[in-house]
Design a binder for this molecule. Sequence first.
Ligand code: FAD
Length: 334
Amino acid sequence: TCLRQQHRMLAREATLRRLASTLAVLEQRDGKLNMSSLAAVSAAQKLGNNVHAFVAGGNIKAVAEAAGKVEGIEKVVYVDNAAYDKGLPENYAPLLVENIKKGGYSHVFAGHSAFGKNLMPRVAAMLDVQQISDITSVESEDTFVRPIYAGNAILTVQSDDATKIITVRGTAFPSGATEGGSASVEEGVDPKAECPTEWVSEDLAKSDRPELASASRVVSGGRGLKSKEEFDRIITPLADALGAAIGASRAAVDSGFADNSLQVGQTGKNVAPELYLCAGISGAIQHLAGMKDSKVIAAINKDGDAPIFQIADVGLVGDLFERVPEMVEKLKAA
Ligand code: FAD
């Protein structure tokens, strides 16, 4: 009898596992789905469960429908309420918790973006579980891999929490097709929690360039550029010639050569473009942490011993003030 009971329990567990579903929290801005947040879907798919997606904000129906076309999503849960537009975590966390409980999700994934980093620890605290941050690989239902110490060590984390609350590194989970899916779209629960925080305003750096975190080419400049004027004069034409996003080292940002939103590295953005071309950047470990997964790394530096050359696929030892304009001329002529 005991054995039969055990068999029954195992069979029930297996059925539950098959029915278990995973929630991917997607981001939106001004009624548009944020494509880089689809990394959460790619990570969720690694578990092989049904993947549901969650979006919230005012007039969210169009975003929900766009998410419904993403391949691999079975159902989109949406909450239409302008109070969630800006993703204020004080507001959004109780909302997400209610929807996690309603859906009985075993795993919840979000991007390791400003939004995800702000939201997911609160959600984990409210559910009394430990949050798992910035994963680069899903090994199994309870085991995940994440880099620590600016990528110098790789940690394998095993969690026995009932609900896994996870943020994912976008560059490790390329998003799949955004057309061809046919998810059902369904309204979620809205707890309309009192929010102690009020959205006042935002000051955004505007640019017509590709978004740094998802661009296929990035041109970055460092302290070697000497001034903001020189940074703009040298780096901008090269980025234009390559149709690239512009990045910068922290030294360049701290010296006021480039906007804070352009910083690449441990305390900036993670990028993994097809081409990362940098000039006047020494290659400090904290900078490498944000770009070392780029497919081709090209570096220009006047110091042949600069550490950047240790990870560069292509290196040019020379003065960037001569070499970069030459390169721009050749690109224009090509
Ligand atoms: P430098 O190290 O000063 O290098 C300038 C380079 O330019 C040199 O290699 C020089 O040879 C070259 N050069 C100068 N003139 C020319 C010329 N005419 N032609 C060609 N080459 C020239 N850094 C980041 O980038 N991102 C981060 O997110 C980040 N986070 C950090 C977090 C912490 C906790 C700490 C402690 C540091 C962090 N840093 C970060 C800072 C990092 O340690 C380095 O100080 C920084 O990356 C250096 O920037 P850089 O390479 O532009 O400047």
